[in-house]
Design a protein around this ligand. Structure first.
Ligand code: MSP
Length: 657
């Protein structure tokens, strides 16, 4: 069985994990889970970086012995990762005396024996946040550009590693291994850096006790970065278990942030070359998660606690957001508003709605059972989605992988709108057709849920369970799980909403337990002055008095829920010149009826299939004996005919704002 050994950066423990550090662990976890699902024997390593001066100081501030402080922080970190469902196989700490000490000392000693470490003195600007010397040219107004703090001028006798010697071997290695550094933008940065020449780096610190003693100079400790990088080899046996090391080394992938790619793509490979060890296959430098456009930092006070984010809707919606909304390799933004919006769009309205629709209609029309058929157009979409997903996930384009799974989900929702199973159910002669539609949709959901297993492990497993597929996660395989099943029966469980819709009201978020009911939420202006249909063309004679429109806040505007809806049926209202009766798919469990004042503008049949915008949360209103649920948005020129706003190509249920 092919093996896959992947790692994340190990975290400094001077503060709790924030959403930025969590982003790295969650995305690496998605890659690890994808590899397991693809049949690789996978080893996923994470850990904590403890020999930092900042960690030492934080322990002192709290009056704690540094090791006990690190023990406490290990629990804090592990608890967060557990809550986010991060499935690491091993967790290493740099204070691990059994594994990390012998590995670090062996590697340092080997480089020394090979003539790559020499004694010298150094002075320069040292940033404690980065735990690194900073060239003067990299400072911005005298400050570290990452931490925005003034570095310290340090002058000390140190041991140096001959990094300069490895300039040409590194360039040759990059050339021979074009996929060693990803994405492309990081590769180019590193190439420019190395081509520009490399200076030797300090690999020890004097005058401090917190660290691993340098094996050939007991008065110095190993510099925290030299020490930290070795964790990847230490965890799998380097210096203490040759057999295990042979099994897992070299690593397949190091997932790290863009700020530390240079340590992983330059220092680390040079250290390994010096020690005569194989180099990892790949380093992926992901981007940063910003909060409202600013890098998360404690000093700016804009840290998002991943536990708060996970508590809001559960860990899976957060994992989906991080994977789908931030193109992997680029930077991305997190805001609570956007998180909520994507939750509603992707989960409440799209996947949750689909699961709910399929389960409730199957229960209502077929006692919860479907018989698979050959698979029509949806089988084709599924095959395309699976192949796009795999190509994307193989190159860590997690956002494209997630999008491919959601294309299948949207296609299944559109398929329902097009085939109208509720109409087929009225005609006993169409029972086979009805079964075919429901069976195809259920199968599409099953395939999509399989694709989503690495991203949303708990909820995808729950969706599969509702579809009668209860195989344990460890036994699932992507090939078998995503092949379209065109025979057999499924017993489908209608077990209620998976992701209740969130409605923002007066700035407070309410979780409703009826996300997919067709009736809009009663949350409207007290007495609508326009009918619950498109504002009818102006009828009053003469120019309307010029009024300054009242200014409203964004909160006021957000109370109006605008959504894309697809017109399924349209007919004239008897005895009305103005009103059309529309049946629209607004991405909900069942179509809703809206009476719209557009009969003078459109022949009903020309509207069928059009995507329009509706006000979805207008209080239902009775007109001419029928209840209208919502309002169609239309341009209403003075004295002219209403023009319905077109919302192609968005899917039914998409929020408009
Ligand atoms: N201890 C070093 C890594 C040593 S690896 C041998 C370190 N630790 S850290 O705690 O500062 O950062 C851990 C990881 O989190 C790094 O990969 C870093 O890039 C990443 N992130 C820190 N803030 C982040 C964001 N705001 N967004 C995304 N990733 C972020 O560096």
């Amino acid at each position: 069985m092919a093996r896959y050994f992947l790692t994340t950066a190990i975290d400094y423990v001077n503060s709790r994990p924030h959403l930025g550090t969590a982003y790295e662990k969650v995305t690496a976890d998605i890659i690890a889970r994808y590899r397991r699902l693809s049949g690789y024997e996978t080893h996923f390593l994470m850990g904590n970086d403890e020999h930092s001066q900042n960690v030492f100081k934080r322990a002192q501030e709290q009056g704690k012995d540094p090791l006990s402080y690190c023990d406490e922080m290990e629990r804090v970190f592990r608890d967060v990762w557990k809550r986010l469902d991060v499935s690491y196989d091993d967790f290493i700490r740099t204070t691990d005396r059994r594994r990390h000490y012998p590995a670090t000392q062996k590697l340092a000693q080997t480089c020394y024996d090979n003539g790559d470490i020499y004694e010298g003195s150094y002075e320069g600007w040292y940033c404690e946040g980065c735990e690194a010397f900073k060239p003067e040219k990299d400072l911005v107004d005298g400050n570290c550009p990452i931490h925005n703090t003034k570095p310290q001028w340090i002058k000390e006798r140190n041991w140096f590693f001959r990094l300069s010697k490895y300039q040409q071997p590194l360039l040759k290695f990059y050339e021979e291994h074009p996929s060693f550094i990803e994405p492309e933008v990081r590769r180019n940065e590193i190439l420019r850096l190395v081509e520009g020449g490399l200076e030797d780096i300090s690999m020890s610190r004097t005058g401090q006790s917190w660290g691993i003693p340098v094996p050939f100079d007991r008065d110095s400790v190993v510099y925290v970065w030299f020490d930290a990088l070795i964790n990847y080899a230490a965890a799998v046996g380097y210096g203490w278990d040759d057999e295990q090391f042979k099994k897992w080394w070299p690593a397949s992938l190091h997932v790290v942030g863009k700020d530390i790619t240079r340590f992983h793509c330059v220092f680390w490979p040079a250290m390994l070359m010096s020690a005569g060890q194989a180099l990892p296959a790949q380093v992926f430098g992901h981007g940063w998660v910003y909060f409202k456009g600013e890098r998360m930092s404690k000093s700016l006070g804009n840290i998002v606690d991943p536990l708060d984010a996970a508590d809001k809707f559960g860990p899976d919606p957060l994992r989906l957001y991080l994977a789908k909304e931030i193109p992997y390799g680029g930077d991305g933004d997190f805001t609570w508003e956007r998180f909520e919006e994507k939750y509603n769009a992707d989960l409440a309205n799209n996947l949750g709605n689909l699961v709910n629709r399929v389960a409730s209609m199957t229960e209502r029309y077929q006692q919860g059972r479907v018989r698979a058929t050959g698979g029509g157009s949806l089988a084709g979409v599924a095959a395309e989605s699976v192949s796009a997903y795999r190509s994307a996930m193989d190159v860590h384009a997690l956002h494209d992988g997630a999008a491919a799974a959601f294309r299948l989900i949207s296609a299944a929702n559109n398929f329902i709108a097009e085939k109208q199973p509720w109409a087929l159910a009225k005609d006993p002669a169409k029972a086979d057709q009805l079964n075919g539609v429901l069976a195809d949709c259920a199968e599409a959901v099953r395939v999509a849920a399989t694709l989503l297993l690495p991203i949303m492990p708990t909820s995808a497993t729950e969706v599969l369970r509702r579809l009668g597929d209860e195989q344990p996660l460890a036994d699932r395989r992507l090939d078998a799980g995503t092949a379209w099943r065109s025979s057999g029966e499924k017993q489908i469980l209608n077990a209620g909403a998976l992701w209740p819709r969130i409605e923002a009201e007066k700035g407070v978020v309410n979780v409703t337990d009826q996300p997919q009911t067709p009736a809009p939420e009663p949350q409207t202006p007290a007495t609508p002055s326009t009918p619950p249909a498109a504002a009818a063309p102006a009828t009053q004679a003469g120019p309307a008095p010029v009024e300054t429109p009242a200014v409203i806040t964004i909160d006021d505007f957000m109370k109006v829920q605008l959504k894309v809806a697809k017109i399924l049926e349209a007919e004239k209202m008897p005895k009305s010149q103005r009103l059309l009766k529309l049946k629209v798919d607004a991405g909900e469990a069942e179509p809703r009826t809206i009476l719209a004042g557009i009969a003078e503008s459109y022949e009903p049949e020309t509207l069928i299939g059009k995507s329009i915008v509706i006000v979805a949360n207008l209080a239902p209103r009775k007109m001419m004996g029928l209840e209208s649920n919502g309002m169609v948005l239309a341009a209403s020129p003075d004295g002219g005919k209403a023009i319905v706003l077109n919302a192609e190509p968005a899917d039914p249920g998409t929020r408009v704002r």
